[in-house]
Design a protein around this ligand. Structure first.
Ligand code: ZN
Length: 390
């Protein structure tokens, strides 16, 4: 069931090594047997099956995408050992589905519902000699590794699986090493804050990105959708830097004045445009004016979107005074704050150019809202968040 391409490539590599060694040594060296590994893929809603991923690599949906099914198998399985990988998924609205194996899909390719959690196990003699480790990407972060039938992901919290990492190791050989591309490592013991910028993008956004890049920081940009096509390279750069592109609606509409259908159309127009510019969709939104009510929360819940407010309001848009913005933040900043600024004013970019290095030197990790939430218990669709305290 595994696509031949990957196995063909491994064989070609083995042959190349074999020939090279033979030429160099003039004899056939003894080869270590090729280690068994997992092969897997995910069905990304609206996109289709990913390519096949090899053992201990990160199979991740594009930002804003989510997984509705997975499939897995083994390569280089020792012929003398019986057994295989068996797996089951918790599909939102359906609960735990039947166990599957041999690259048969677990989940559904014809649903809008995301997976919420997964379990993997080895069967037969394999289970006596090997462990299987796995993690899912959820709420902007990779979960702790689960193993041998444990649950990875949350159940009945409305959180979706956005990626999968799977690794098989001989018993006693320890946990798998961190794979490449797992991103920067955040220290949960150190303080962190989320700088957030509303109403852009604009020319000021570029200077804020410069400051973040120089200091290894990230921020969240709650953009007004209809401004993005004037600054496409800025939006792309933001995404490439690992900053979080987020939604401030298409046209700065107050959610409380829109019908359900209008809210959905508005936010989808924002996401469709972002996808056409930068290939991603938003995970979180900030209601313009901070205005949100039970009706609009219910629409966001249906749509899978958390609403983000703030714990420090710099009033930068009102004072247009960089020093006052800086003083407001530095006088009150605490671990877990969400700081509200606007990347529409040069004075706000001036303030950011001071705040970003200063907060970094005070020991704060500058993280996106989704990163902060991922380190501090997560977020649920339709709920509002003003901070994520330790
Ligand atoms: Zn706004």
């Amino acid at each position: 069931m595994i696509q031949g391409e990957r196995i063909g490539l491994l064989r070609a590599l083995a042959a190349a090594v074999f020939c090279g060694a033979g030429l160099l040594l003039g004899s056939f060296p003894a080869f270590a047997e090729t280690e068994m590994g997992a092969v897997y893929g995910a069905y990304v809603h609206g996109t289709g099956w990913t390519e096949n991923y090899g053992d201990n690599t990160l199979c991740q949906a594009p930002q804003g995408g989510y997984v509705t099914a997975v499939r897995a198998s083994l390569e280089n399985q020792p012929a003398e050992l019986t057994g295989t990988i068996s797996y089951q998924v918790n599909l939102s609205g359906s609960g735990w589905l039947d166990w599957q194996e041999n690259y048969v899909e677990a989940g559904s390719t014809e649903t809008d519902m995301p997976l919420e959690a997964v379990r993997f196990q080895l069967t037969g003699q394999l289970a006596e000699q090997y462990d299987i480790y796995y993690s899912v990407y959820q709420n902007g972060a990779w979960t702790e590794l689960a193993m041998n039938g444990e649950t990875a992901g949350t159940e009945a919290m409305g959180l979706r699986v956005d990626g999968l990492r799977l690794a098989v190791r001989r018993k006693g050989s320890g946990v798998p090493e961190e794979p490449a591309g797992s991103g920067r490592v955040l220290d949960p013991a150190k303080p962190m804050v989320a700088l957030t910028f509303d109403d852009g993008p604009s020319n000021a956004t570029t200077r804020i990105l410069d400051s973040l890049e120089q200091n290894g920081g990230r921020a969240t940009f709650f953009m007004v959708g209809n401004r993005m096509s004037s600054y496409p390279s800025t939006v792309k750069r933001m995404v490439e830097m690992g900053c979080e592109p987020a939604s401030h609606t298409w046209d700065h509409s107050f959610l409380t004045k829109l019908s359900e259908a209008q809210i959905l159309a508005n936010l989808n127009q924002m996401d469709d445009t972002l996808q056409s510019i930068a290939g991603v969709r938003t995970m979180v939104m900030r209601p313009p004016g901070g205005k949100i009510n039970e009706a609009s929360k219910a629409v966001l819940a249906k749509r899978g979107t958390p609403a983000i407010l703030w714990s420090i309001d710099t009033l930068d848009w009102k004072t247009k005074n960089a020093q006052r913005t800086i003083d407001t933040v530095l006088a009150t900043v605490k671990d877990g704050d969400i700081i509200l600024m606007h990347d529409l004013y040069e004075t706000s970019a001036d303030a950011a150019a001071v705040l970003i290095p200063e907060l970094t030197s005070r020991g704060y990790q500058l993280v996106t809202v989704s990163e902060l939430a991922g380190m501090r218990g997560g977020m649920a669709p339709g709920h509002t968040y003003s901070s994520f305290r330790p």
